[in-house]
Ligand binder design. Structure first.
Ligand code: PGA
Length: 257
């Protein structure tokens, strides 16, 4: 199976022409070894999808759990479906920490996404204080957060829909964290724990990714681990040079599917 490279553009870039250039770069280096999913901000998402929907896959960076109504600033699953979005990032640590999203809200969002055939990219990960408490404690935290964020699916016994989990240690994220990537060994070991948890709970179709300061110098170390199905990449994926390097490195370095 090919690995998945999800580009989380966050609040970048500032113009449609830059957004389009980034997309063109992704098209230029497209390879069957890697599935690229672009997650631009909503304004560029719609414009890009209308123009390039058959060429590459798209995800949104967030979504509200209600279908419509008086929710200023929010976007519904229906709006995303209507423009042809397939994936949606949910529970990113920046949403949790800056915008106060709770596990309960995130679990409702995951349920609404899955029930409407959007694939959630659910983010989980510990902050630095928890990480410093040691392996047992931070692993337990991540699994508890995962369980809480999936609780509506578990409660409703929805196990046969595609879900993606991104393990992103909060401290490892560039911009909102320290910007130091985790080690591939740890990413691999926690990815296995997450997969075990999902399997034991009855989930049937899942991928588990690593995210947090992935760049051209470490991308192959993460993507070449067999336990890691790919990556959620932020700042390096909106840097033209880094983005092209990463895709070329993966294309050269990953074994054939
Ligand atoms: P980063 O972000 O690659 O810039 O660290 C990853 C993410 O927040 O999804």
């Amino acid at each position: 199976m090919s690995k998945i490279f999800i580009s989380n553009w966050k609040m970048n870039p500032q113009s449609f022409s830059e957004a389009e250039s980034l997309l063109k770069l992704a098209l230029k280096f497209k390879t069957p070894k890697i599935k690229i999913v672009l997650c631009p901000p909503f304004v560029w998402l719609r414009d890009l999808i209308l123009k390039y929907k058959n060429k590459i896959e798209f995800g949104a960076q967030n979504m509200f759990f209600e279908e419509k109504g008086a929710f200023t600033g929010e976007i519904s699953y229906k709006m995303l479906k209507n423009i042809g979005v397939k994936y949606v990032i949910l529970g990113h640590s920046e949403r949790r920490n800056i915008f106060g999203e709770t596990n309960e809200m995130i679990s409702k969002k995951v349920f609404v996404a899955v029930s409407n055939n959007l694939v959630p990219i659910l983010c989980v990960g510990e902050n630095l204080n928890i990480r410093k408490k040691g392996k047992k404690i931070f692993e337990k935290f991540v699994l508890n957060q995962l369980e809480a964020s999936l609780s509506t699916l578990i409660h409703n016994k929805i196990f046969n829909k595609e879900i993606i989990i991104a393990y992103e240690p909060v401290w490892a994220i560039s911009g909102s964290g320290l910007g130091i990537a985790d080690t591939p060994e740890n990413a691999k070991s926690i990815t296995s724990l997450i997969k075990n948890f999902l399997f034991k709970n009855g989930f049937k179709k899942f991928l588990v990714l690593y995210g947090g300061s992935v760049n051209s110098s470490n991308v192959l170390n993460f993507f070449s681990q067999k336990e890691i199905d790919g990556g959620l990449v932020g700042s390096a994926s909106v840097n033209f040079d880094e983005f092209s390097k990463m895709i070329q490195i993966l294309n050269k370095g990953l074994k054939n599917k």
